[in-house]
Design a protein around this ligand. Structure first.
Ligand code: FES
Ligand SMILES: [Fe+2]
Length: 447
């Protein structure tokens, strides 16, 4: 008798390494102290791969994108051969910042101070009065200072450590996971960014746990499972985390539930399912939606569903990329939440809340459970936190983290007491400490 071979797509993704996480006290000073902030910059930020740019922002040779991280500004430029190079945004004459626009196109990078001119590859090609330099023409020995740069999944990543490991080594198991979605060509649908009055880690801590969902985002229990054991947690040796929250069904902790309400109702409707058919078996909607996505998806143009496991069709896959990104994949969208430190103030950071959608959902005109009106790639809307709404979920998160910073300053705060499901926060702080102590960056990934 032939044995039915299990389809890999119906199986869960294999677990990650799950390194031991020693307890961490997480004193308030980690979020307020200028000395700790300086140590983090010197030892951690300058030694990690940072998701910084987007390839689609710089399609043609000479197109550039500029992004800041703490006190640094980095220029990313598309080269003639299609690759991307990154440079510190600092002139080698007397240090002026070179480019002040966020993006654009240049034939050459010309310093606004004395017109020193650099080619796309960083070469210094022109200085005024070269004969006036008795030490020799600066074009003979100076160029822009390059930053390690790689592209992956449509993003441009940089690392300020010239001897850094490859991005693939740095990302560890994330590398393979993200390739399933292949979001290289996904388009930015929304992009709101805010300066927030809290340390960058307060927000990343928040994204390292789902313990807060029930109180901070009660509305999410309508179609996302936030609690153990229906949420899976993983940690990698490299310092990244993964959290898989079952979706496409009511949460087991839904108040008064399980009940099929909006937006699960619309999600069922989108896949030609009727809520009434699930009376008394509300948790079966997840499996039913997966099956409908398998059978109807390709006909509707969602070719990439074939590469996704069933759980990736319905369950939000949330990644904490060390140190400062939280990236949540759904079948057809990815939410990038990124924190960058203020240049000077440990109690302030920049928060990006950007959503990318697959071309297939743009084509179909449907996004998650509603109509999708895509009017072109979103420009970044930069605000001061509180001046304008960012959206329900980010407003709920950031309202909480801004308030948490106030308590973290208090002499009455004695350090954190973490639940087991918050161990990824301890892991984040542990890995930061490893950078500060010099244990990282590592040549190999032995933990
Ligand atoms: S500082 Fe750039 S040309 Fe003088
Ligand atoms: Fe949240």
């Amino acid at each position: 008798m032939a044995t039915k071979v299990a389809d890999w797509r119906s199986e869960q993704a294999p677990p990650w390494a799950q390194p031991e996480v020693p307890p961490h006290k997480m004193e308030g000073s980690r979020y307020t102290d200028r000395g700790f902030f300086a140590d983090e910059w010197e030892h951690m930020w300058t030694n990690v791969w940072l998701l910084l740019g987007r390839e689609s922002e710089i399609p043609e040779p000479g197109d550039f994108q500029v992004e800041d991280v703490g006190p640094e500004s980095i220029i990313m430029v598309r080269q003639k051969d299609g690759s991307v190079k990154a440079f510190y945004n600092a002139c080698q004459h007397r240090g002026s910042r070179l480019l002040f626009a966020d993006k654009g196109h240049v034939d050459n990078i010309v310093c606004p101070y004395h017109s020193w001119t650099y080619a796309w590859d960083g070469e210094l090609t022109y200085v005024q009065d070269p004969e006036d330099f008795s030490g020799g023409n600066p074009c003979d020995d100076l160029s822009l200072v390059e930053v390690a740069c790689e592209t992956f999944c449509g993003w441009v990543w940089v690392n300020m450590n010239p001897d850094c490991e490859s991005l693939e080594e740095y990302l560890g198991p994330v590398w393979e996971d993200w390739q399933a979605w292949q979001p290289d060509g996904w388009r930015r649908m929304t992009a709101i960014s805010a300066w927030v009055p809290c340390n960058w880690k307060v927000i990343q801590d928040n994204f390292c746990e789902s313990y807060h969902l029930l109180t901070v985002h009660p509305q999410l229990t309508a179609n996302i499972e936030e609690g153990v054991p229906w949420t899976r947690f993983d940690m990698s040796h490299e310092g990244h985390n993964r959290m898989v929250m079952q979706g496409g069904m009511p949460s087991h902790r839904q108040e008064g539930g399980p009940e099929i309400v909006s937006p699960l109702l619309e999600q069922l409707d989108m896949w030609e399912l009727k809520a009434d058919d699930f009376k008394g078996r509300e948790f079966d909607t997840r499996r039913a939606i997966q099956q409908q996505m398998r059978s109807l998806g390709p006909k509707r143009g969602y070719a990439h569903y074939d590469r996704l496991r069933d759980e990736r069709l319905t369950d939000p896959h949330h990644f904490n990329i060390f140190p400062n990104c939280s990236v949540t994949f759904a079948a057809d969208s990815v939410l990038l939440q990124r924190m960058r430190p203020d240049p000077l103030d440990p109690q302030r950071c920049r928060f990006d809340h950007w959503v990318y959608v697959s071309p297939e959902s743009i084509e179909a005109g449907i996004f998650r459970s509603g109509r999708l009106e895509f009017t072109g790639d979103a420009e970044v809307n930069m605000i001061e936190y509180g001046d304008a709404p960012m959206g329900m979920v980010p407003d709920q998160d950031i309202g909480t983290t801004a308030g948490q910073q106030l308590g973290l300053r208090s002499r009455g705060y004695r350090g954190a007491r973490l639940a087991d499901q918050e161990s990824r926060i301890a892991r984040l702080h542990h890995v930061i400490d490893e950078y500060i102590s010099g244990e990282r960056p590592r040549a190999s990934n032995a933990d």
